[in-house]
Ligand binder design. Structure first.
Ligand SMILES: Cc1cc2nc3c(=O)[nH]c(=O)nc-3n(C[C@H](O)[C@H](O)[C@H](O)COP(=O)(O)OP(=O)(O)OC[C@H]3O[C@@H](n4cnc5c(N)ncnc54)[C@H](O)[C@@H]3O)c2cc1C
Ligand code: SF4
Ligand code: SF4
Length: 416
């Protein structure tokens, strides 16, 4: 019998590959460093191109009525998927087709199949929490750093004995035939870009942080509020290309930030009352079918200013005075806003460089690169090594899903 396939990263791309390989009868080991699967998509609320809720979104099948939900696809019950949460790859050795992989497997404090989400432990101790009502596995999580007086009692009183506070990390060695890199992206935290004041004022946030605020499952129930005082925010300014197309940070275009900024601008202007949004940009890049988001934004009264932010001045009442140089009008414009939202670059997640080095594969701007850069739409990055989704660079979900399926089809062909 063939060895299983190792998939690193359980975002949309990694999960697609895992579910489809498993459905084809191939065993997979899905390694995820976080304590929940879903990756960045877990906190994105509505998704382009369909405007579905992310949990019920299957990227490239955007015909109404035939959607399938990843997040309820029984990842923990599928016998062909071994899910390792809170875990990372430590070492890879062996030869292509017969890799030996050492895994650092994190402690399982709450058994995902035993937890019934009764909520008792969360009443006893703040160390237990639910990441999101839709998180998978559907179980509470435990953060040892927040352990308090009620933690031990919660363990003792858990009705299903799901909690094990003395769980320890372990090391495991597995033999795998193929490796799929689906490690995704990280949103740049622009703390070093002094001009934007990020990290110094609570009402200056990134687009991912905005997505969490407008998510109905979030803390404010989807109401647009200022993080500084929880008051409703009415005036929003977004600024594009933060850390992208910038030789001091990332020279590349992050490709999808124009689209998600417009998605958010449309949600705010069309679904909420009296919210004014302005977008400061260099170019608006809404490729392919996404031009619709730009047209919709214009029709909804979103204000576009071509130029750059010159000055940000926080005021005592929590608002921000912002001066923008308008390069079309050749003059400075002044705005006062409640929220300043930075469309930050998408960068490779921490650890990508080590993975690339260990596997002896190529890198492109820090992301994983194709073995043959001339072959577009490819997913082969080494001998028996594949990559899909945003591990290959900024991409939307449909593209990530299509690449994951391309990987699956390559592996199936190789095994014939
Ligand atoms: C603000 C914003 C809004 C967006 N809105 C949309 C939208 O509306 N529609 C759309 O199509 N796309 C949207 N996107 C893009 C979307 O987030 C990505 O296309 C999608 O999340 C890519 O999935 P992925 O699996 O490639 O990567 P990720 O979601 O990044 O998942 C990667 C997973 O790998 C894990 N991982 C990373 N490194 C390791 C490691 N070394 N070991 C183990 N695990 C690891 C991570 O923890 C993560 O769980 C948006 C992006 C942003 C920033
Ligand atoms: S008490 Fe036990 S079953 Fe109830 S939510 Fe906590 S871990 Fe889950
Ligand atoms: S997609 Fe738009 S905001 Fe993002 S880097 Fe490219 S031009 Fe800038």
């Amino acid at each position: 019998m063939s060895n299983p396939v190792l998939i690193i990263g359980a975002g949309v791309a990694g999960m697609t590959a895992a579910v489809e390989l498993a459905d084809s009868g191939i065993k997979t080991i899905l390694v995820e460093r976080q304590r929940s699967v879903g990756g960045n998509a877990l906190v994105l609320y509505k998704a382009f191109p369909t405007d579905d809720c992310f949990y019920c979104f299957e990227g490239n099948r955007w015909r109404p009525g035939i959607r399938k939900c990843f997040y309820r696809s029984a990842l923990t019950d599928q016998p062909n998927i071994t899910l390792k949460m809170n875990s990372e790859v430590d070492e890879i050795s062996g030869s292509p087709g017969q890799f030996t992989v050492k895994l650092n497997v994190g402690p399982v404090y709450v058994h995902p199949k035993k937890c019934t989400l009764c909520g008792l432990c969360m009443e006893k101790s703040q160390a237990f929490f639910l990441l999101s009502p839709q998180c998978q596995p559907q179980a509470v999580m435990y953060d040892p750093e927040k352990a308090d007086d009620g933690t031990k009692q919660a363990e003792e009183e858990c009705p299903t004995k799901a909690i094990n506070l003395s769980a320890q990390p372990t090391e495991e060695t597995v033999q795998v035939s193929d490796i799929i890199i689906a490690t995704g992206y990280h949103e740049l935290q622009p703390v070093n870009m002094d001009e934007y004041y990020y990290g110094k004022h609570p009402n200056i946030i990134t687009q991912l942080e905005l997505a969490k605020i407008i998510d109905p499952n979030g803390q404010s129930g989807g109401v647009l509020v200022r993080p500084s005082d929880g008051k409703p925010a009415k005036r929003v300014m977004m600024v594009q290309c933060v850390g992208s197309r910038d030789e001091n940070y990332y020279p590349y275009c992050s490709k999808i930030c124009c689209i998600f900024a417009l998605k958010h601008a449309n949600i705010l202007t069309q679904e909420r009352d009296d919210i004014h949004v302005s977008v400061v940009y260099m170019d608006i890049r809404t490729y392919d079918r996404y031009e619709r988001y730009y047209r919709d934004a214009r029709n909804s009264g979103v204000e576009f200013v071509r130029g750059r932010v010159s000055l940000v001045n926080p005021r005592e009442d929590g608002t921000l005075d912002i001066t923008v140089y308008d390069s079309l009008l050749n003059k400075y414009l002044k705005f006062t806003v409640d929220l300043f939202v930075l469309s930050s670059a998408l960068e490779p997640p921490q650890g990508t460089d080590k993975l690339i080095e260990t596997l002896g594969i190529k890198s492109a701007s820090g992301f994983v690169a194709l073995a043959d850069p001339a072959s577009e739409n490819e997913v082969v990055v080494g001998d028996h090594v594949y990559a899909c989704g945003t591990a290959l660079g900024p991409a939307e979900v449909p593209e990530s899903v299509t690449q994951a399926r391309a990987v699956v089809s390559k592996i199936l062909q190789n095994r014939k």
